[in-house]
Design a protein around this ligand. Structure first.
Ligand code: SF4
Length: 57
């Protein structure tokens, strides 16, 4: 899923949980798994599941 960083911040991360076991949001550029999809750094994706397919929604 290639999306803007501002949108990714409202998607759940499959790895992160709070102390009371609730899911946490994506940390975007604060996470080593975040990957930019374009040179302008306007859109990116979580690299955890491999390379995102361009054009996929
Ligand atoms: S980029 Fe990092 S914080 Fe965001 S969903 Fe992927 S692993 Fe979680």
């Amino acid at each position: 899923m290639i999306i803007e960083e501002s949108e990714a911040k409202f998607k759940f991360c499959p790895l992160l949980k709070t102390a009371d076991d609730k899911m946490k949001m994506c940390q975007t550029t604060m996470c080593m798994m975040w990957r930019w999809a374009d040179d302008e750094k306007e859109k990116g994706y979580c690299g955890l599941a491999g390379t995102a397919v361009q054009g996929a929604k």
